[in-house]
Ligand binder design. Sequence first.
Ligand code: TYD
Length: 149
Amino acid sequence: MNETSHQKEKTFIMIKPDGIKRKLVGEIIQRLEKKGFQMLALKMLQANRKILVEHYTELKAKFFFEELIDFMLSGPVIAMIWQGENIINTARQMLGATNPAEAAPGTIRGDFYLGPQQKINENICHASDSLESAKKETALWFPKKNYTW
Ligand code: TYD
């Protein structure tokens, strides 16, 4: 990857239904902007089962899969594409550990952890974990490719 493509790295970030219900949308966007990242696309939508099963297809065999899908169907999500230097790794660091109880202070999941009543799947926000997933998820949620400003 050359310097320019690295700076223009794109990732898919999604605010989950709990993040919207808890009014953390502005906070999440502000953190990403403060880090210097550029938003390329944003849409709020009620996901359907088909897109969620595709999005989480690698987790299909996990015991928590059905509960995860049900949770992701429990309200609208905000799907976004963001761009910036090393954004895939950095956005994951900014989210913190998958289990919000274990997420470090200073991370989104760590700072907004509510305590043991918060389920693991209610972890506020998703970000792609690799270049491959970023490409797959961006194409899945934004099939019209209308984000090349
Ligand atoms: P995963 O892709 O492993 O984590 P991340 O979102 O940090 O990339 O898992 C996807 C989602 O599945 C995760 O955000 C929350 C949910 N999940 C559970 O509900 N229980 C679990 O034990 C795990 C590992 C994940």
